[in-house]
Design a protein around this ligand. Structure first.
Ligand SMILES: C[S@@+](CC[C@H](N)C(=O)[O-])C[C@H]1O[C@@H](n2cnc3c(N)ncnc32)[C@H](O)[C@@H]1O
Length: 281
């Protein structure tokens, strides 16, 4: 089922800027609900033969429709996400920020409960002077820095559009330090850009499960994130919103903690996210 899904997901990935694995998961989920397809796959000799069946072609059309319909609520098309960033670059306004944040799946999912998210987060991290948000996406656009006061928010991500958006914001708020960086470049590349040797808190939100699936060799880099208090999170529901994935995501996070010597010191949840707070040792 996964290799059928992976082929179809290619199209979806090209059209929407979502991760390949996320697209595959959504297709698998949709395929699994199709009894006729599940039994055709069970009976078939090869993936190629299944692909020639009408039941597969219908299931593929239905899966695409479902996913496009779901994503359209957040991200109408790649061009409009880019347009929202273009607008933010041209005009730093609350509306322009909102459009970018609503156009990015991870922050869009949080939007309805974002105050509760930040309030629970600060209950756990106290009053840090410096924070690094690893794989930040566009969250730094709405990250509260005034109360309690945060002096530096390092916002690093491999996605050039996310960093373009955060850079537009950093022009009006010098506490924000965006850097385009990939985990595989390791920490020295960021220290060379001015990242302090150590930060009070690191946020790794909805990132680790993605990295564990896509580039497990980069987990060692996440394990050496230069902070003593860290908050890792995973999604509670798959993007297609039908499947509860909290258990799977916390399993990935906890295996990582055990392997790399982190101790859990807290946890909190919002409607879409499970956050685990850890210290080293
Ligand atoms: C699901 S999004 C979460 C974004 C943000 N942390 C949030 O919670 O709103 C995952 C983010 O991790 C980033 N990412 C994935 N692999 C990465 C890597 N190897 N290096 C740096 N960032 C990465 C992606 O570009 C994306 O912005």
């Amino acid at each position: 089922m996964r290799s059928l899904a992976a082929d179809l997901a290619g199209d979806i990935v090209r059209r929407y800027r979502i991760e390949h694995d996320a697209a595959v998961d959504m297709v698998v989920e949709s395929f699994n609900r199709n009894r006729a397809l599940v039994s055709a796959v069970g009976d078939a000799e090869s993936v190629d033969k299944v692909k020639r069946l009408r039941v597969y072609r219908d299931a593929a059309t239905a899966a695409k429709k479902e996913i496009y319909h779901h994503l359209r609520r957040y991200r109408p098309a790649e061009s409009s996400a880019t347009e929202a960033v273009d607008r933010l670059v041209a005009e730093h306004s609350a509306e322009a920020i909102q459009a970018v944040v609503a156009g990015h799946v991870s922050t869009a999912e949080r939007l309805s409960g974002i105050e509760d998210f930040f309030s629970q987060l600060f209950d756990h991290i106290g009053s840090p002077n410096s924070i690094i948000d690893v794989g930040c996406g566009v969250l730094p656009l709405v990250f509260p820095l005034d109360d309690p006061p945060v002096a530096q928010l390092w916002a690093v991500d491999t996605d050039p559009e996310a960093i373009r958006a955060v850079s537009a914001h950093a022009r009006v708020d010098q506490r924000v330090h965006p850097v385009r960086w990939d985990l595989t470049e390791d920490w020295p590349a960021l220290h060379a850009q001015g990242l302090p040797a150590r930060l009070d808190v690191a946020l790794v939100l909805k990132v680790l499960p993605v990295v564990a699936r896509r580039s497990p060799q980069a987990l060692a880099v996440l394990a050496s994130t230069p902070a003593d208090l860290l908050v890792f999170s995973g999604s509670r529901t798959a993007m297609a919103k039908r499947q509860d994935i909290e258990r799977r995501e916390t399993g990935v996070l906890r295996r990582f903690f055990a392997e790399h010597g982190f101790t859990e010191v807290g946890e909190f949840r919002t409607e879409d996210e499970i956050c685990l707070v850890v210290r080293r040792g």
